[in-house]
Design a protein around this ligand. Structure first.
Ligand code: GTP
Length: 355
């Protein structure tokens, strides 16, 4: 089966991590995020993937070439971002299948353990134009929701509302019949969520919902990105692309963790990263060459390439850009983001418990 992977977004919610690297290429549990998706797609029977690129397009081919994780790869770029629907239409130029063949569409920022083969089977058996993976969430008011009838047919595509009629939401993985892709207008900005799906439903086309609520995570925010990496390292979601066995930590070649350091909770320690004695690092992502000095505490945070945390500093839920430096004794919490190259002098920022 062929697939299109949507990877052209700017990843604004993940800045500054996405200034130098597009979201789908951010190292996650030791490899580019997409490596997990490619490996899982291969396991689900996908043998060829077309990347729909836009933002920093050239970096994708440089990262994966023409074959990776068992899948043949092609690349189609947009001069201007065309939105999700426009990108699918544009990338379909590189598909080789016929008008009735199923095409899997994957958002490039979703980690999902759902059964893609079951989704494709439902699509084939129901003769649908499109079959969407729907997942159930505790608080659907944060998302648009997607109700289905007793036969599993999607009845509406509803915008975000304080009183959603169902807890089913669009999980960002679709099976399109090729002819339904060809019906999307060419060279126009189109959103599948706001235009393609509502107009297919309005026209009476069969749009099916494959409801499955296993592991699912949109890694679009820093908190979710850290969680995704942590879950892969701990084995909450298995990935054939993980460069090691699941466990409390993943230590990449060249990393140095001092014997007196505590490193756990699904932390990744990147190549040549250093964690000194007496430091505590929990549930975090250290990219290559990052360092945590003696007595510092880092929790649920991302340290980009070459970022440095000074002695005794405390980071909780923080993002450090490439080469950022946190001087000794600082205490950073609550979603603080330090831009690449910024150096915080000693004890410049300190949160107290009642601040
Ligand atoms: P934010 O800017 O943080 O919202 O992230 P994003 O740019 O990735 O947007 P969003 O999460 O809504 O995108 C969902 C998926 O579609 C991601 O995999 C994006 O890479 C992809 N995507 C979004 N817009 C476009 C586009 O215009 N062209 C292409 N090729 N892909 C897109």
């Amino acid at each position: 089966m062929e697939a299109i992977l949507l990877v052209g977004g700017q990843g604004t919610r993940l800045r500054p991590l996405t200034i130098s690297t597009p979201k789908p290429l951010l190292p996650t549990a030791g490899v580019a995020f997409l490596a997990h998706q490619l490996a899982r797609a291969h396991a689900a029977g996908v043998d060829r993937i077309v990347f729909a690129t836009s933002y920093r397009a050239e970096m994708f081919e440089a990262a994966f070439g023409v074959h990776a994780h068992g899948v043949d790869l092609a690349y189609v770029s947009e001069d201007e971002p065309l939105g999700t629907g426009g990108a699918i239409r544009n990338a379909s130029r590189a598909l080789t299948g016929g008008p009735d063949d199923p095409v899997l569409i994957l958002n490039g920022d979703i980690l999902s353990g759902h059964d893609v083969r079951a989704q494709v089977k439902l699509h084939e058996e129901s003769g649908a134009a499109v079959t969407l993976h729907l997942t159930e969430v505790d608080d659907p008011s944060r998302f648009g929701c997607v109700p289905t009838d007793s036969a599993g047919r999607v009845t509406a595509f509803l915008e975000k509302t304080p009183h959603p009629v169902t807890n089913q939401i669009n999980a960002g993985c679709y099976v399109f019949r090729r002819s339904a892709i060809d019906a999307i207008p060419e060279d126009e900005v189109v959103s599948v969520e706001r235009a393609t799906f509502p107009s297919l439903i309005a026209s009476g086309a069969i749009v099916m919902g494959h409801v499955e609520s296993g592991y699912w995570l949109d890694v679009g925010t820093p908190e979710a990105f850290v969680q995704g990496s942590r879950d892969l390292v701990l084995g909450a979601l298995s990935s054939p692309a993980m460069p090691g066995e699941p466990g409390e930590r993943l230590t990449l070649p060249g990393a140095a963790v001092a014997p007196g350091a505590v490193v756990r909770g699904g932390t990744t320690v990147g190549r040549n990263a250093v964690i000194e004695s007496g430091a505590t690092v929990i549930g975090s992502v250290l990219l290559d060459d990052a360092s945590v000095a003696e007595g510092a505490t880092v929790r649920d945070s991302v340290l980009s390439r070459g970022a440095r945390v000074g002695p005794g500093a405390v980071l909780d839920g923080v993002v450090l850009g490439d080469g950022a430096v946190v001087g000794p004794g600082n205490e950073l919490r609550a979603g603080l983001r330090v831009w690449p190259g910024v150096e915080l002098p000693p004890t410049a920022i300190r949160f107290s418990a009642d601040a």
